[in-house]
Design a binder for this molecule. Structure first.
Ligand code: G3I
Length: 362
């Protein structure tokens, strides 16, 4: 894929900003859905945030509680309480849950590593898939069946070195998708990947390897319906190459797959007090990405990784796990829940890039 000719990030002044900042309304106007990653406690303890999430989101992604390590405490023992609460909230309010995630190398229960590697090890995965896919099948339509399987920097033919790869070989991706299809025949099954957005060698290699993986799965008629583009943007990575990115989205669509932007947010570099300038940079970088993504008809919707800077993993202290509201300003609403230029830029892009008529996937 060509990486030359990166376009400069467009100036926001040149793009139409609309007064209405509702992301959900804008997404619907363009025939798409909008969602965000959340934690149930945020919704339960913070009425103002709950109100914002209810107003803005069609879809809620569990930031933590649907992950394997959070649920599967021991063989045959599941802690489904936290996920039940979030699923109950979604049912009560007519929201969808985005099924994040079944297989992820960063969320494997400690006991499960050795079990997977033993004979019959697939049964461990089978029992987790069965437990959650059946229990939440009414409220989850899209499942991130395999999260982040590609790592071109690992010496394993471009697949990530992980306990899944060690235990089952590269065929684990096919087996996961087939197991998921058997558990939930009507669900939409996805591979979710990060590091696909920028024109540098690392992202270029990840894009190429992902396409090769998809071709291999397609050739073997493996049940895969869509691809999640995480889109954790970073201002220190420079500008995206809009032409190359558009070509990549088209190559995914050409394989008959739908696309979702699954974890959009922006990591800043500058953390000075000059919020105005910072917010314009975050908004412009996102607009440059979204204008490409939303030009692609196969893109069905966007989820951000959090909705407000009040609750963002980008403000998490790695040591303590605590979050400092408002340090990084990479989400559409600030820590006081006011819409920022990012929110207006997203709404404008969603509104102007119309592709579909609902209902697509509510
Ligand atoms: O809340 C506890 C705290 O009580 C405890 O003292 C502390 C000790 O480390 O941990 C805290 O929990 C942390 C949790 O985030 C709280 O938000 C966990 O350690 C930490 O591992 C966990 O990280 C999450 C990470 O996935 C791993 O599950 C991030 O919040 C979450 O945003 C992140 O999400 C991932 C997506 O699933 C996949 N794509 C990338 C994305 C960002 O890394």
């Amino acid at each position: 894929m060509a990486t030359a000719g990166a376009l400069s990030v467009p100036c926001l002044a040149e793009t139409p900003i609309i007064a209405d900042t509702s992301l959900r309304a804008a997404a619907h106007a363009g025939g798409r859905i909008f969602g965000a990653a959340v934690q149930f406690e945020q919704l339960d303890n913070d009425p103002a945030f709950r109100k914002l999430v209810l107003a803005e989101c069609d879809s809620l992604t569990p930031e933590l509680v649907l992950k394997w390590a959070a649920i599967h405490l021991a063989p045959g023992r599941f802690d489904l309480g936290p996920m039940d609460r979030l699923a109950g909230f979604a049912r009560t309010h007519g929201k969808r849950i985005h099924g994040h995630t079944l297989l992820w190398h960063r969320s494997i229960p400690a006991w499960a590593g050795p079990e997977m590697a033993a004979p019959g090890g697939w049964n461990v995965l089978q029992s987790f898939f069965t437990a959650v896919m059946q229990r939440y099948g009414d409220v989850v339509r899209y499942w991130d069946v395999v999260n982040e399987p590609v790592e071109p920097m690992d010496d394993a033919d471009g697949l990530r070195r992980s306990p899944f790869l060690s235990a089952f070989g590269p065929d684990y991706v096919r087996r996961a998708l087939e197991t998921a299809r058997a558990c939930a025949p009507a669900a939409q099954l996805m591979i979710n990947e990060y590091g696909l957005e920028y024109p540098d060698a690392e992202d270029e290699a990840r894009r190429a390897r992902l396409l090769r993986l998809l071709d291999d799965l397609r050739r073997r008629d493996v049940p895969l319906d869509g691809v999640g583009i995480q889109a954790h943007l970073r201002l220190d990575r420079g500008a995206i190459d809009q032409a190359a990115l558009a070509q990549f989205f088209q190559e995914l669509a050409d394989r008959g797959l739908f696309l979702l932007i699954t974890e959009l947010d922006v990591r800043e570099v500058d953390t000075s007090r000059d919020f105005g300038r910072r917010d314009q940079r975050v908004a412009a970088a996102t607009r440059a990405f979204l204008d490409v993504a939303l030009d692609q008809p196969a893109v069905r919707g966007i989820s951000t990784w959090g909705l407000s800077d009040r609750y963002s993993w980008l403000n998490e202290d790695g040591e303590s796990g605590t979050r400092q509201p408002g340090g990084n300003r990479g989400l559409p609403y600030d820590s006081a829940l006011r819409p920022k230029p990012l929110c207006r830029a997203m709404a404008s892009s969603l509104r102007t890039k119309r592709e579909f008529k609902l209902p697509y996937s509510l």
